[in-house]
Write a protein that binds this ligand. Structure first.
Ligand SMILES: Nc1ncnc2c1ncn2[C@@H]1O[C@H](COP(=O)(O)OP(=O)(O)OP(=O)(O)O)[C@@H](O)[C@H]1O
Ligand SMILES: [Mg+2]
Length: 369
């Protein structure tokens, strides 16, 4: 069984307990793995723990001597793989990025195994339980941000998930899977906010600013279950593009001979803040620091003006707010203080706009609320 754009249900599977003197039917709750494979970060939720790793995977050639005991390092057949920080710190092989080459689907088993092997306790708990041989685990899988048009490819990708981690063999059986729209966890969290404000069956909007994409999804909160309709995504309009506009502004005029490296500018953006209504973004240059807050402000203005999709989308949202509809902001982009401040003021600082708590991971954690 699988469900599309469905609600998160707790499935109870009936398992026969053969060790009991009489045949007893014991209810076992299957572990449920939620994965949001974003272009910037792969987020997961399993066993009441959420985690994330940068959406990069390194594929090592056959015979490569893999280090053992590293989180996110595993082998599929004879080939070694590493995800997230481990992929970045190891060298050799080929580095794949989540947003490129249709890798969200092509490397789906790698992202799933990446989530399981970076989880701090799940596999270790099973390794203790199954002392020898292959550790076989049956789970439920919920995938966010993958199109239901690709069902056949998804099913093929999750059919056979076997790997070696920490010198043990694992086989993951997926008993069923569900596909949810991007930002579904945020919609569940928004529903909770609406409920606590005494609103019922309301229409609301989710605006998700990720690493690569800006997405608007209208939702109807039907009988307490959020239902998405006509999602509007602007690819290439996420935090990465804001950083590019910031970099372009920073390079203008006399930089005093300083070269601003892209990664430093990204850090300056991510740690930016607002002081007395002024933008502040400090970049570290050797022993000194420079505040590029004014450049960041003009970069944000260019982002909202020059990318037509962003401009149109933000205008649509303004119009919806004028009509009295509620908008909830989510995605890692809204964790960045300057970005949050810019978008909130662009939308007129309306009380109908709410930044969800922990916007960087509520898309996945909210699903349980
Ligand atoms: N704690 C944090 N502090 C500052 N910035 C953060 C934080 N967490 C995330 N971000 C920013 O959010 C971005 C990633 O957001 P998110 O995880 O929502 O993207 P994604 O889902 O991977 O991308 P997409 O939805 O576009 O595929 C990062 O590039 C980073 O700039
Ligand atoms: Mg995302």
């Amino acid at each position: 069984m699988n469900s599309l754009n469905g609600t998160a249900t707790t499935i109870e599977t009936e398992v026969t307990d053969t060790t009991a003197p009489k045949t007893k039917v014991k209810k076992v709750r299957l572990p449920e793995l939620f994965i949001d494979g974003g272009s910037s970060h792969t987020k997961y939720y399993l066993d009441k723990i959420s985690g994330s790793y940068q959406s990069v995977a390194r594929e090592f050639p056959k015979g490569y001597d893999l280090p053992t005991g590293y989180l996110g390092v595993f082998a599929i057949g004879e080939k070694g793989y590493a995800v997230g920080d481990s992929a970045l710190s190891l060298s050799g092989g080929k580095l794949h990025e989540g947003y490129a080459d249709d890798n969200k689907i092509k490397l789906l088993p790698t992202w799933i195994i990446g989530a399981l092997t970076t989880h701090p306790s799940f596999l270790f708990k099973w390794m203790k339980k199954v002392k020898t041989g292959t550790v076989e685990i049956t789970i439920k899988l919920s995938l966010l941000s993958l199109s239901s048009h690709r069902k056949k490819e998804i099913e093929k990708a999750i059919k056979d998930i076997t790997f070696t981690f920490d010198e043990r063999e694992f086989k993951i059986n997926i008993s069923e899977y569900a596909l949810y729209p991007e930002g579904y966890g945020a919609a569940c969290a928004a529903k909770k906010v609406l409920k606590s404000n005494g609103c019922k069956d309301a229409r609301f909007h989710i605006l998700d600013l990720g690493g690569g994409t800006l997405t608007h999804t209208p939702y109807s909160n039907l009988n307490g279950v959020p239902r998405a309709s006509n999602q509007n995504s602007v690819s290439g309009a996420g935090v990465m593009s804001i950083t590019e506009f910031f970099a372009k502004e920073s390079a203008k005029g006399d930089t005093g001979g300083n070269i601003y490296h892209f990664s430093r500018l990204k850090e300056a953006l991510e740690t930016s803040h607002i002081v007395d209504d002024q933008y502040s973004a400090n970049i570290i240059l050797g022993d000194t620091e420079r505040d590029l807050g004014d450049r960041l402000q003009s970069g944000l203005e260019s982002w909202a003006r020059e990318i037509i999709g962003v401009r149109e989308l933000l205008r649509d949202i303004k119009q919806l707010i004028r009509k009295g509809e509620r908008v909830f902001l989510t995605g890692g982009g809204f964790k960045v203080e300057a970005v949050r401040h810019f978008v909130l003021s662009y939308l007129g600082n309306s009380e109908l706009v709410t930044v969800l708590d922990n916007p960087q991971d509520v898309n996945i954690t909210g699903i349980k609320s």
